[in-house]
Design a protein around this ligand. Sequence first.
Ligand code: FAD
Ligand code: NAI
Length: 463
Amino acid sequence: MAEYDYDVLVIGAGPGGYVAAIRAAQLGLKTACVESRETLGGTCLNVGCIPSKAMLHASEFFDAAANGTMAKMGIKVTAELDLDTMHGQRRDAVKQLTGGIEYLFKKNKVEWLKGRASFTGKDSVEVAGKTVRAKNIVIATGSSVTPLPGVTVDQKVVVDSTGALELAKVPQHLVVIGGGVIGLELGSVWRRLGAKVTVVEYLDQILPGFDGDVRKEAQKIFKKQGMEFKLSTKVTGVTVAGDSATLTLEPAAGGAGETIEADAVLLAIGRKPNTDGLNLEAAGLSVNARGQVDIDHDFATSVPGIWAIGDVAPGLMLAHKAEDEGIAVAENIAGLTGIVNHDVIPSVVYTMPEFAGVGLTEEAAKAKGEVKVGKFPMMANSRAKTNHEPDGFVKIIADAKTDRVVGVWAIASVAGTMIAQAAQAMEFGATSEDIAYTCHAHPTHSEALKEAAMAVTGKPIHI
Ligand code: FAD
Ligand code: NAI
């Protein structure tokens, strides 16, 4: 009898876990993946990246029709919202993609163990009443919404991101607690569909983690689009009566409070790693001060044979970071060399325009040494101008001595796509000169990246 049931057992079938499982199976390892949801794909496919982008994409069309953008281009339409159909296409996208992972599991012979996994030892877990032993166990349990004391999520009036994807009607006044990625993306969806949206943010700026210039410009752009902001403000409680909520707010620094009324409240103040019920102690593991499972450069925990990746491990909570870690951990388990360069993980906010960045912010780069910065406005990019997309810029931060690019930030309608080129350039150790002398197709938004690179040495052509 084989000592182990599996070579690799992955806990969680999000972008980290399902990718790790598929790669492990591709490498010839007998692999199973435990998932307690009804469908595979984790937060990202079920209630995160995919459904939010389905709503962002559809609401953008509605907005373009309703706010006169299409009329400006000679297309006269009367916009009428059919929210049920919009939700239907969102559900279809989720169904197709989660079903796709099930197909990939079958194709690659990854066994799906349905249920919640809980450690019973260093090489064993219990799933649906059965004990399963594996030579390697990958913890890929992801994250869930951070709660806020005094705010009870009922998924009717007070919702988290999952509830905010599914609102049955457009609220009159949506108050978003937290001016981060979720608040701005889902706030944008409902603003475009007709809601008044107020964002309450604890800090004095929105979008933590992004470059300072981008944060400032983002606030201006969202304000211009009609979003309202209460910065340096904390929510101390929400009371719900019937269909409406009263929020009590206080200045973050303390002082006199105020109340505001809303018919929908979205709580989006961050996410916390999922380790409840995993019984990590039985495996000899514990969590760090931030609730994460600590790992080394190879994604190995302190217990040999147990690994951790994705949102449950330290680092950015992003699907592509989880996926790349999934591939790398499987390769490490198989005895290959799996590496993720955590210095070059792009971040994107999928609003209109998109906000994207990779590498260091200007502030962080300056704290490390001398830098040169090149900036180019989208207003001067022929394609953006032609498309009536004047907002934004591209900014390149390069080491002053070596000219090596250490950070790139972009605000543009297609910034999320443009940033992939910047990430690749940085992976290849590009200088700003390398980008400036790379031929970019005309007319494309990407030319703004080339011009920003030219601006690093003070020589852009079109400004
Ligand atoms: P998850 O996707 O959270 O998957 C973990 C899985 O493990 C879950 O399915 C869970 O049910 C399962 N699980 C947990 N514990 C157990 C257990 N004990 N037993 C069995 N199963 C268990 N990121 C982006 O990069 N781009 C985006 O556009 C984007 N949009 C987002 C929008 C929203 C609204 C949200 C909430 C998140 C978004 N994210 C986005 C973040 C992204 O979803 C996460 O970073 C990503 O899903 C993390 O992947 P993961 O594999 O670590 O964990
Ligand atoms: P976030 O960390 O991006 O933003 C949370 C915001 O809430 C911060 O600005 C923070 O200062 C603020 N905040 C914290 N406590 C507060 C309080 N009491 N009152 C008011 N404001 C408060 O977290 P968010 O938006 O919940 O998203 C979670 C994570 O999900 C993101 O960090 C990201 O990793 C991931 N995500 C990624 C997306 C993408 O890649 N496009 C889209 C959506 C989510």
